[in-house]
Design a protein around this ligand. Structure first.
Ligand code: FPP
Length: 255
């Protein structure tokens, strides 16, 4: 069972006792590797997909809470370019999750002023997945609350190699001088070009690695790990991560 921490449901609150979370200095962009669904299910003698289903409910809780307290961007690693190696039934299930999620939750996202976005190689996903996500993107495009950014068929190395190809093409066509290539230009060729960089990375399930997630963008992020499996994650642990983040000193290489 996860440890329960007191949390606040309403962004009007300026502190949450006894955590003392400062709602005026939240990380603006939180990225999450939602890991441990399979182990959670296995521990209960259930199929892996039961863990993913439960994981989806936690996505709802965390999105709701992030929106309520005023986080600006929440990026969720929902499917990596490596996840295609999983058994077909699991991949099919994972591809249906965004459809189920948006079918049941899109009205609330709209009501909460959430804007849905995605990063990743979207065009190769099954038609039903693309259709549901595109509808959500279209119907929330004018919202200016929380940006809910799903990493779907996302791989950081693939993203960076594509960025290099785009830049090489522009150099080849005489549009760009190699001298003009800098960090900003490189960033502008990534899926995340319109987003602020993540301030905080959360990974559940005890694993402490990046698994090809936002390798460039997380350069200065704070990392926060918990042993808790994603289906047991909740708003209290989310606030605990934010609280710990607020107690870190970010120096960006300075003193
Ligand atoms: C990693 O756990 C989890 C995933 C690959 C999928 C994550 C997806 C969700 C939490 C649901 C997403 C919901 C929406 C709306 C898109 P794992 O399967 O690798 O767990 P294990 O390491 O214990 O096997």
């Amino acid at each position: 069972m996860p440890i329960k921490f007191p949390f606040t449901k309403n962004k009007k609150h300026t502190s949450s006792q006894p955590l003392g979370l400062d709602f005026n200095h939240l990380p603006e962009h939180v990225a999450i590797i939602m890991d441990g669904n399979g182990r959670w299910a296995k521990n209960r003698g259930m199929p892996r997909i039961a863990g993913h289903k439960e994981g989806m409910s936690v996505v709802k809780k965390v999105v709701r809470h992030a929106s309520d307290i005023g986080v600006k961007v929440l990026t969720l690693y929902a499917f990596s370019t490596e996840n295609w190696k999983r058994p077909k039934n699991e991949v099919d299930f994972l591809m249906k999750l965004p459809v189920d999620f948006l079918n049941t939750y899109l009205p609330e996202l709209i009501e909460k002023n959430v804007q849905v976005q995605t990063i990743g190689d979207f065009g190769v996903l099954p038609q039903h997945t693309q259709k549901a996500v595109n509808e959500a993107i279209e119907r929330t495009k004018d919202n200016d609350g929380l940006i809910l950014n799903f990493a779907l068929n996302y791989g950081s190395r693939f993203e960076m190699v594509n960025a290099v190809k785009q830049i090489a093409l522009r150099v080849n066509q005489g549009e760009l001088n190699p001298e003009e290539i800098n960090e900003d230009l490189f960033s502008s060729e990534l899926y995340t070009k319109d987003l602020i960089e993540p301030d905080l990375l959360i990974r559940t399930s005890g694993e402490q690695r990046l698994s090809n997630f936002l390798l460039w963008q997380l350069a200065y992020a704070e990392f926060w790990f918990t042993e808790v499996y994603w289906p047991d994650f909740d708003e209290g642990l989310f606030e605990k991560a934010l609280y710990d983040y607020q107690n870190r000193k970010r120096r960006y290489g300075g003193v």
